[in-house]
Design a protein around this ligand. Structure first.
Ligand code: NAD
Length: 238
C-alpha cells in the first residue's frame, strides 16, 4: 500500500508538506462536493493547476521497483491512496486507486434523471488537461475530476477489493503514508489481524510503526529498489 510519500521523490508535494498540495487553499474550499456545487469553475481551476504541475512529474525508482515487484511476485496487488497516476505510468497493472485518479474526467450526474445508468468516464493521458469548461458529452452535466473528495465515501467495490487484498496477503509493504487517513490506514491492521507480515517504509515514525513487524526508515525511492535487488539475488541463488 502506498501514500503520498512514494511520489515525494517525483516532486509531488505530500499532503502535510508546508509547501504542499493545498498551499494557499483550504482543502474544504476546493476538494469537497459542497465547493463543487458552489463554484465548479473554481474547483476546476484548482485541479487544472494540479494537472499542469503533475504533468511535469515522472515516476521515480520507488514506483518502478513496485512495478518490478508485481512481475516477481506470484500474486501482487498495489493499493494506493495517490491520485497522481504515477504507479500506472511506471508499469504497475494491478492497481487499486482508493481515492480515484486525477486524470479521470467523470460526469457529476447533476442533469442525469434518477435511475439512469452512469455516463462513461474519460481517462486522460498525463499531460492532457482536458477541456477548460468540461461538460459530459452524454447528459450535459458538468464533469468533475475522478477523485474522492473530503466528505465523500470511497467507491464500495474499490474498497471491497482493497479489503480482500489486505485480508489475503502474506506480506504488506506500507510505503509513504502517514497512516492517519481512514479507511486506508485500517487496511494494514486488517492485514496484520489476518496473519500478514506488515513492513513500514517511511523516513518517519507513524501510528502504524508500533504495530508493524518491521520498520525500514528511509525514502521509498531507495528502500523499495533495495528490496527488489535482494529478492532478485535470493531467486538467483535458488
Ligand atoms: P501524507 O501526506 O499524510 O503522508 C506522507 C507520508 O510520506 C509521511 O508519513 C512522510 O513521512 C512520508 N514520506 C515523505 N517522503 C517520503 C519518501 N521519500 N519515502 C517514503 N515516505 C515518505 O500522505 P497520505 O498518508 O498518502 O495521505 C494523504 C492523502 O492526500 C491521501 O488521501 C492522498 O489521496 C492525498 N494526496 C495524494 C497525493 C498524490 O497523489 N501524490 C499527494 C498528496 C496528497
Amino acid at each position: 500500500m502506498t501514500g503520498a510519500g512514494v511520489s515525494a521523490e517525483s516532486g509531488v508535494a505530500t499532503f502535510r508538506d508546508p509547501g504542499g498540495l493545498w498551499e494557499g487553499r483550504r482543502p474544504e474550499e476546493v476538494a469537497t462536493p459542497e465547493a463543487f456545487a458552489r463554484d465548479p469553475h473554481d474547483v476546476w481551476r484548482f485541479y487544472q493547476h494540479r494537472r499542469r504541475a503533475l504533468s511535469a512529474c515522472q515516476p521515480n525508482a520507488g514506483h518502478r521497483a513496485l512495478a518490478a515487484l508485481e512481475k516477481l511476485a506470484a500474486d501482487f496487488t498495489l493499493v494506493t491512496q495517490n491520485v497522481d497516476g504515477l504507479h500506472r505510468l511506471a508499469g504497475s497493472e494491478n492497481v487499486i486507486e482508493l481515492h480515484g485518479n486525477i486524470w479521470i474526467d467523470r460526469c457529476s450526474g447533476a442533469n442525469r434523471p434518477p435511475g439512469e445508468p452512469s455516463c462513461p468516464e474519460r481517462l486522460l493521458k498525463p499531460g492532457d488537461r482536458g477541456i477548460d469548461n468540461p461538460h459530459c458529452p452524454v447528459c450535459g452535466s458538468m464533469t468533475r475530476p475522478g477523485v474522492v473528495w473530503f466528505g465523500e465515501m470511497l467507491v464500495p467495490a474499490v474498497l471491497e477489493a482493497a479489503d480482500q487484498a489486505a485480508r489475503s496477503c502474506q506480506v504488506m509493504l506500507v510505503a509513504g503514508t502517514s497512516s492517519v487517513v481512514q479507511p486506508a490506514a485500517g487496511l494494514s491492521s486488517l492485514a496484520a489481524q489476518h496473519g500478514a507480515m506488515v513492513v513500514e517504509i517511511n523516513p518517519d515514525h507513524t501510528p502504524l510503526s508500533p504495530l508493524a513487524d518491521l520498520c525500514l526508515r528511509g525514502p521509498s525511492g531507495v528502500i523499495l529498489p533495495a528490496i527488489i535487488e535482494q529478492m532478485g539475488q535470493s531467486q538467483e541463488s535458488h
